[in-house]
Design a protein around this ligand. Structure first.
Ligand code: IPE
Ligand code: IPE
Ligand code: MG
Length: 275
């Protein structure tokens, strides 16, 4: 293991990236902790640019504790705050959180209501934090289907943070990967003077909700489920997948650090042969 420690006063960063990281994590990671051990294993010149997370397991977390499902969602909001802060401090550029799928409308009314209410509260409480920390918020999904009162709040925060560039937090809301693709096709077909020959993968990507964002390098799913659940179908063509049994409300800093450490051990080949 690397003997240097980011919390030691005599630490000498070996690159500009490491220096920035050192400044950002100083005082945030406890000396001698498991988090510190993991941070010391991360190569900050090879961070995943875009981390996407399927935040799953809130309901099971609540059931295990004999609580109503909505309490799991409430507890999950705390994980969101911790993971947003950790990713920003690490220097991740894009963090996408799958918060509400198009299919989630099938759930009981009370649960659906609580999910949107929690999101609204999150925006109200956190918009100041976003501004103070240079964090941009962007929503992907079918916006017109989002309850108006929440949509308004989202649009306000999106506008407020549009120029911030430390990290972009992408919230997938009323999101479905298939409908994203269908929506893109509809938009393309609506273009005047559209020529099929001019369409290629790069061009097509510009019509997706994620236009101008890099594809996810790392996909994390909590709660041990081995499926994609209609998330970023196009964009995930070559993402590395990391699954943990931890339920979302239990997902902490050490988990995301472990995911990044493991990601950096993978060999991404993109169809090529070993280098
Ligand atoms: C994830 O937790 C939150 C959302 C899908 C909004 P779940 O509510 O799916 O929790 P489980 O999978 O039932 O445990
Ligand atoms: C995926 O979780 C959607 C979100 C995390 C928002 P689900 O709990 O809805 O997925 P399934 O139903 O288990 O596939
Ligand atoms: Mg679930």
């Amino acid at each position: 293991m690397d003997e240097r420690s980011i919390v030691f006063d005599n630490y000498q960063p070996s690159s500009y990236n490491e220096f920035i990281m050192f400044e950002n994590l100083k005082g945030f990671i406890k000396p001698g902790s498991i988090e510190e051990r993991l941070v010391n294993q991360i190569d900050f010149n090879r961070l995943p640019r875009h981390v996407a997370i399927i935040m799953d397991g809130n309901g099971r977390w609540a059931r295990k504790k004999g609580l109503p499902r909505v309490e799991g969602h409430r507890a999950g909001a705390k994980s969101v705050k911790e993971i947003v802060e950790t990713c920003a401090r690490l220097g991740i550029k894009v963090l996408t959180l799958y918060a509400f799928s198009k299919e989630n409308w099938k759930r009981p009314k009370r649960e659906v209501y609580t999910l949107w209410k929690l999101l609204k509260d999150y925006l109200k409480n956190e918009s100041k934090v976003l501004v103070e920390n240079n964090l941009r918020l962007k929503v992907i999904g079918q916006k017109q289907g989002i309850p108006a009162i929440v949509r308004k709040e989202l649009e306000k925060v999106e506008k407020l943070t549009t120029d911030y560039e430390r990290m972009t937090i992408v919230l997938a809301l009323n999101y479905g990967g298939r409908s994203e693709i269908v929506d893109a096709v509809k938009e393309i077909l609506g273009e005047k003077n559209f020529h099929a020959e001019s369409l290629d993968e790069e061009k097509f990507s510009e019509y997706l909700y994620t236009a101008n964002l890099p594809d996810p390098d790392l996909l994390i799913r909590t709660s041990g489920e081995l499926r994609i659940s209609n998330f970023l179908l196009w964009q995930m063509a070559y993402s590395e997948i990391w699954i943990t049994k931890a339920l979302w409300p239990d997902f902490r800093r050490k988990h995301i650090l472990q995911a990044i450490v493991d990601y950096q051990k993978r060999e991404r080949r993109f169809g090529d042969v070993h280098s």
